[in-house]
Design a protein around this ligand. Structure first.
Ligand code: GLV
Ligand code: MN
Ligand code: MN
Ligand code: MN
Length: 421
């Protein structure tokens, strides 16, 4: 590790923090909700607007802007032609009625830090080993289009372009059509060989705040099992239809929701479960539901537990179907393994944090992040700053400006350390 080679002058300046603040505020205005949050679903009009603003900003700052076939936006700064790249970023899409920090912080922080770094390297005539790039990944959230992490998964080859473009939203609109509609269905780009991928993100959980630490360095992420389960019954009149003859798909879904929660209660905090979405047909107060779909999530660090649940829960779904006289289909099971992030980079981040006077601890991530996709492709680092009250996917999600700036400080230290290695 060559931390001693960081010139003391490669630091964020007051002007750099201001540039970040302004860019982050610009992001926060686009798709802003009255309660201070963000509603900026993938490939929506708001997503188009923030992408346009981001591309304009990048171009003004001297980045070479490229859009790939799935709409990932890259801003490139060539320092050493032909050398590998240091890529930094996150996502600008949000959850419905989401927070303004989740994702947007990582993109705007990366952009502002890279501008500062490139400027200081030029001023000081420092030789760089790598080139610099910022990225906004398409559809990290998986809110409008499932699965999540589509843009980063396409970049690493984990999903094909056809698979990614064929994802549909609740209205049957494909991601392909949605990206074309907003003008972000880009073109095939030449490969971008990466030395490392770095992502700054808000923690979205309580640990940093509880432990009064400023930085979390993610060492591994929880595994996740996501499932779409559909019950099919019989549409009927809610009045005259005999209770004993009903085939109520919503009743089956309700029992499923309770069963999903019961699994978490049985296992304690080692297992997080939820049903975040329910769709019913025909969705009328006086019609027995003919079809109900629930979106189930099981997350744990214990992969064996998830595999076991996959088997036992399938049986439970069959029992619920039998008891409610419905048919069940378990669709789109998606398993994301537990994943380690690069331990050398994590060590380096912890060490550098200490060097620049930040209190940092290793953490696990329970949420999904593009850094997980990238970790299969190149050494990747995921760095957290505190979330007030651990609240996220909520309009009241909040991180104090000083904490945001501390993340930029560490990103700058890590980038300059890598760049001069
Ligand atoms: C989305 O933000 C996720 O963590 O799954
Ligand atoms: Mn995020
Ligand atoms: Mn999110
Ligand atoms: Mn996420």
């Amino acid at each position: 590790m060559s931390t001693s080679s960081i010139p003391a002058t490669l630091r964020m300046t007051p002007r750099d923090y201001q540039a970040f603040d302004a860019l982050f505020e610009l992001s926060s205005r686009i798709g802003a909700t009255a309660a201070g949050g963000l509603h900026r679903l993938t490939a929506s009009a708001e997503d188009q607007q923030v992408r346009d603003a981001f591309c304009t900003w990048l171009t003004r700052q001297g980045f070479d802007v490229k859009i790939d076939e799935i709409g990932n936006i890259f801003g490139l700064i060539t320092l050493r032609p032909g050398a590998p790249w240091l890529l930094c970023g996150s996502h600008l899409d949000s959850q419905p009625l989401g927070g303004r920090f989740d994702g947007a912080y990582g993109v705007t922080a990366a952009a502002a830090t890279l501008v500062s770094l490139a400027r200081q390297l030029r001023e000081q005539n420092e030789p760089a080993q790598y080139n610099l790039a910022v990225v906004n990944w398409t559809n990290e959230e998986g809110a409008r289009f499932q699965p999540s992490l589509i843009g980063s998964s396409f970049f690493t080859g984990a999903v094909t372009l056809d698979e990614a473009l064929a994802c549909t939203d609740a209205d049957g609109f494909t991601l392909d059509a949605a990206l074309q509609a907003i003008g972000y269905r880009g073109t095939a780009l030449p490969p971008l060989p990466l030395r490392a991928y770095l992502e700054l993100h808000v923690e979205q959980g309580p640990h940093l705040e509880q432990q009064r630490k400023q930085i979390g360095v993610v060492t591994e992420t929880w595994a996740a099992l996501k499932w779409q389960v559909t019950f099919r019954g019989e549409q009927n009149h809610t009045g005259p239809a005999l209770m004993s003859r009903r085939r109520d798909a919503l009743l089956a879904a309700a029992q499923t929701i309770v069963a999903v929660r019961a699994e978490a209660d049985r296992h304690g905090e080692v297992l997080h479960t939820s049903v975040g979405r329910l769709a019913t047909t025909p969705n009328s107060p006086n019609v027995v539901t003919s079809e109900a779909t629930v979106w189930i999530e099981f997350r744990s660090a214990d992969e064996a537990l998830l595999h076991q649940l996959r088997a036992s829960f399938s049986q439970q779904m069959q029992s619920i179907a039998l008891a409610t006289a419905t048919d069940v289909s378990l669709d789109r099971a998606q398993f994301r393994p537990r994943q380690q992030l690069d331990s050398l980079l994590a060590q380096r981040a912890l060490h550098l944090a200490e060097r620049i006077g930040l209190s940092a601890i290793p953490l696990r991530s329970v949420a999904g992040h593009d850094a997980i996709s990238l970790s299969y492709h190149c050494p990747s680092a995921l760095l957290f700053v505190p979330s007030v009250g651990g609240l996220s996917h909520n309009e009241r999600e909040f991180t104090a400006t000083e904490d945001l700036h501390r993340g930029l400080d560490l990103l700058m230290a890590l980038l300059s350390d890598l760049l001069l290695e």
